[in-house]
Design a protein around this ligand. Structure first.
Ligand SMILES: [Fe+2]
Length: 287
């Protein structure tokens, strides 16, 4: 029995394809604007990232928040959300008491789905993220190095998600470089949306974004948006991460002799072997 997720959730589709379903957390007091305005400014600064200019597709999402805006405080940014082009991202809000139970319950649901899918029993490095953004704001196109469940609490948005491992959307090399932190800028053009599904996303709805599936988000024009995601790795996504790291290095070496490694995500046996090689090599290197 799941605590936070409800109808439409499918363990069989975990990290195989995106899908929308329903969650039970609408009305949870932690996610009300009053609580967020109290909690967010009190969190450690490195957990609260914000931008006070509009973001767009093509922006490097990972580097966007590296520089903290000097000219506007987080308090003022929260207050002006409705009439500005701001974007606030909070990591690990569960360090604050009002989010602690929610975090535990979500991990319980994630681990139940993992067990059903056969990809381990414990969520690896699970983390909560809050996203609070002005009307019309955009989360630029990117992929993630983990599996995601995104939940909407206030406002509407359109979330466009492609299938994982679709090299028409993210090339094999870009995927390897991104996951290995070699290059986090992903090329995007509107034609790529032909290979993706645009989900209309409203309060009470949740969406699964599979590991390395390309996605971008546009908030609706009517209201600010409040959403929260739980991200995590499974035994399988960790193997893919390690195999992608292996491929990124192997590709450089093999290029010299005119060869290329087989792409990750299609052959479980070879992905597993690459992951084991990478883990063994990383262990040698760091110990
Ligand atoms: Fe994402």
């Amino acid at each position: 029995m799941l605590t936070c997720f409800s109808e439409g959730v499918s363990a069989a589709k975990l990290d195989r394809e995106p899908f929308k379903f329903r969650h039970r957390l609408v009305g949870h007091p932690a996610l009300e604007m009053g609580n967020l305005a109290r909690v967010i400014p009190a969190l450690p600064k490195d957990q609260v990232m914000y931008a006070i200019r509009p973001l767009q597709n093509g922006d490097d999402f990972e580097t966007t928040f590296r520089q903290r805006p000097e000219e506007q405080s987080i308090e003022a940014t929260i207050e002006n959300l409705r009439v500005s082009d701001s974007y606030i991202m909070v990591s690990s809000p569960q360090v604050e008491a009002s989010f602690a139970g929610l975090y535990k319950d979500l991990i319980g649901d994630v681990e139940a789905l993992m067990r059903e899918r056969g990809v381990g029993t414990t969520a690896i490095t699970p983390k909560l993220y809050l996203f609070i953004a002005s009307p019309n704001s955009v989360t630029p196109f990117h992929i993630d190095r983990y599996s995601t469940f995104l939940m909407q609490f206030r406002g509407s948005k359109q979330v466009t998600v492609s299938q994982p491992w679709d090299d028409r959307v993210v090339s094999v090399r870009d995927c390897e470089n991104y996951v290995s932190y070699v290059n986090t800028r992903l090329p995007w053009s509107p034609e790529k949306d032909a290979y993706a599904t645009a989900y209309e996303f409203n309060p009470g709805e949740a969406l699964h974004i599979p590991f390395v599936a390309g996605h971008h988000v546009r908030n609706g024009p009517q209201d600010i948006s409040i959403s929260m995601s739980i991200i995590f790795n499974t035994r399988q996504t960790m193997a893919w991460r390690n195999a992608l790291n292996f491929n990124q290095r192997a590709r450089k070496v093999l290029r010299r002799v005119g060869l290329a490694p087989a792409p990750v995500g299609h052959r479980p046996l070879s992905d597993g072997a690459k992951a084991r090689c990478w883990t063994a090599w990383a262990r040698l290197r760091y110990h």
